[in-house]
Design a protein around this ligand. Structure first.
Ligand SMILES: [Zn+2]
Length: 290
């Protein structure tokens, strides 16, 4: 009894037995990455969870309690987490915050504000190249927190990078099945710019950088014209959201609805699985003859 109580009491502050580091992650795909690199030496606490929305998540006191004892907080960065300054002050002196996206090459977000602010597109995980770089960043963060395991973390990172290399080769092979003039990716929110840039697609997002940004009637008209002019084969909804507007668009244009893509890395899938799912759906939607 006493032992059980002790375990419960300690489980909030110490990593599970065997793990050397407790890491809090603010993006589900970083949870997958830190497990790949840290193996049994890390306990990753995914604060957003499989059903969360990384665009609107903000850690509540109970989330921070779950993360108590974490030595590192991993965030995706590039402006995704608006609460970072607050989080930094809460964990100051107790844990290190590692902004994984901070040194990765960025793509601009849509300049959709009147204040002329040029936002950054935060969806860098759809670039395998950036995820490969992130693997090294996470390995070094773990290595400085636990130098005695540094070699192991670097070795795990190297192995995982070869899996990402394989994924990239497979992706290029799959995409080669889509005729060049059909490499147009129409999606719900603007989450796939990094994918499009890396793999030679033209993005046609219906919404803005997050799910609330709906086109006004004028934008919608321009969008329908754009979709028709480019002979878009399919519009892809998301596993996370399938706004009614996509139905309206497919009804109005006769363009078919593709299989849902995983846009924000949620849904409880790992990185490799997410990427394979998306590529398979895109190839299926765009390469078939209609
Ligand atoms: Zn998104």
């Amino acid at each position: 009894m006493f032992r059980a109580l002790l375990t419960v009491a300690l489980s909030g502050v110490l990593p599970l037995s065997g793990a050397v580091l407790k890491i809090a992650v603010l993006h589900p795909l970083l949870g997958d990455l830190v497990r790949q690199v840290g193996g049994t030496q890390v306990e990753a606490i995914d604060l957003i969870g499989p059903k969360g929305d990384p665009h609107h998540f903000e850690p509540k006191p109970e989330d921070l309690k779950k993360a108590e004892g974490a030595t590192i907080y991993l965030v995706a960065g590039m402006g995704l987490e608006g609460y970072l300054p607050k989080l930094k002050s809460v964990i100051a002196g107790k844990a290190t915050l590692v902004d994984v996206g901070a040194t990765l090459p960025t793509l601009p977000g849509k300049d959709d504000d009147d204040d002329h602010s040029h936002s950054i597109d935060p969806h860098w995980w759809h670039s395998i190249d950036r995820f490969r770089r992130a693997t090294g960043i996470v390995a070094e963060a773990l290595a400085s927190a636990s130098p005695e395991n540094a070699e192991l973390f670097r070795k795990n990172a190297e192995i995982y990078r070869t899996e990402l290399d394989d994924l990239e080769r497979w992706t290029r092979r799959e995409i080669s099945k889509i005729p060049r003039d059909r490499r147009h990716l129409a999606t719900a929110h603007a989450a796939f710019n990094y994918f499009c840039k890396d793999f030679g697609f033209t993005p046609h997002p219906v919404q803005g950088l997050n799910l609330e940004q709906m086109p006004d009637p004028k934008e919608l008209g321009a969008l329908v014209k754009d979709l028709k002019e480019n002979h878009i084969a399919a519009i892809f909804p998301e596993k996370e959201s399938n706004p009614k507007i996509l139905m309206t668009l497919t009804n109005d244009t006769g363009i078919r609805l593709g299989e849902p893509l995983i846009a924000d890395g949620t849904g409880g899938v790992g990185y490799l699985e997410m990427f394979r799912h998306n590529v398979a759906a895109i190839v299926k939607g765009l390469s078939e003859h209609q």
